[in-house]
Design a protein around this ligand. Structure first.
Ligand SMILES: CC(C)(COP(=O)(O)OP(=O)(O)OC[C@H]1O[C@@H](n2cnc3c(N)ncnc32)[C@H](O)[C@@H]1OP(=O)(O)O)[C@@H](O)C(=O)NCCC(=O)NCCS
Length: 192
C-alpha cells in the first residue's frame, strides 16, 4: 500500500494495574511480562499504520531503566517513528505511576521493527510516516542509523544460526538430517 500517514495516527496506549501474579520476588513487574505488553502495544500501533496484518521482525532492545513496582500503574505508549518499504520502526515508552502519590517515572524504552504482510503472505509496502512534533522528528531522524545497525545485526545473526545448526547437544553426529554441512565446518573430525 502507498500513501502517507501521520505518526499520531498510529499512537496507541495501554495501561494496567501491576498486581502480585505479574511480579517477582522483588515485588516488581516481571521483565517477560513487560516485554509481552511492549510487543502487544507496538503491534497494535504498526497495524494502525499499515491497516493490515503485521509480524514482529525484531526487537532492538528493552532497556529496563527503573523497576515497575507492585500496585503501580504501568502505561505504555507506542507509535510508528519511521518506515522503509515494508517495514516500520515502532518506539515504545513505558511509564510507571505510583498510584498513591501520582509520581511517574520512565521505566523502560524500546524500539521494535514490524513488517506488513499482504494477502499472499509476503511482505507488502506500507505508507510513509510523517512526523510532526519535535519528539517525532527527533526519533524519525535517528531511524536510518538504527536501521543500518539492525541490518548488520541480522546478517551476523543469520551467519550464527547457520553455523550453530539445529542438532541437540545429546544427538549423535549426523542424527538430524540437514545439519551436517554446518557441523562439519566446526568439527573437522566428523566422519559424516
Ligand atoms: C520478518 C519477515 C516477514 C521478513 O521476511 P523476509 O522474507 O526475510 O523479507 P525481506 O528480507 O524482503 O525483508 C522484508 C523487510 O523486513 C525487514 N526485516 C527483515 N528482518 C528484519 C529484522 N530482523 N530486523 C529488522 N528488519 C527486518 C527488511 O529490512 C525489509 O524491510 P524493507 O522492506 O522496509 O526494506 C520474516 O523473516 C518472518 O516472517 N519472520 C518471522 C516473524 C515472526 O514470526 N514474528 C513473531 C510473531 S509475529
Amino acid at each position: 500500500m502507498n500513501g502517507e500517514r501521520y505518526v499520531k495516527e498510529s499512537r496507541t496506549f495501554k495501561a494496567s494495574h501491576v498486581l502480585p501474579p505479574d511480579t517477582n520476588n522483588h515485588n516488581t513487574l516481571f521483565g517477560g511480562k513487560l516485554m509481552a505488553h511492549i510487543d502487544d502495544v507496538a503491534a497494535l500501533s504498526a497495524m494502525k499504520h499499515a491497516r493490515g496484518p503485521v509480524v514482529t521482525a525484531s526487537t532492538d532492545s528493552v532497556d529496563f531503566l527503573q523497576p515497575v513496582r507492585v500496585d503501580y500503574e504501568v502505561s505504555l505508549e507506542a507509535f510508528v517513528t519511521w518506515t522503509h518499504n515494508t517495514s516500520m520502526e515502532v518506539f515504545v515508552k513505558i511509564v510507571g505511576e505510583d498510584l498513591h502519590t501520582g509520581e511517574r517515572t520512565v521505566c523502560a524504552t524500546s524500539f521494535l521493527t514490524f513488517v506488513a504482510i499482504g494477502s499472499d503472505g509476503r511482505p507488502t509496502q506500507v505508507p510513509k510516516v510523517i512526523p510532526e512534533t519535535e519528539e517525532e522528528r527527533f526519533l524519525h531522524q535517528g531511524a536510518p542509523e538504527r536501521a543500518e545497525a539492525r541490518k548488520a545485526r541480522r546478517i551476523r545473526n543469520k551467519q550464527l544460526a547457520d553455523l550453530l545448526g539445529t542438532r541437540r547437544p545429546w544427538e549423535a553426529s549426523g542424527a538430524t538430517p540437514g545439519t551436517e554441512r554446518h557441523l562439519n565446518r566446526t568439527n573437522p573430525q566428523s566422519k559424516d
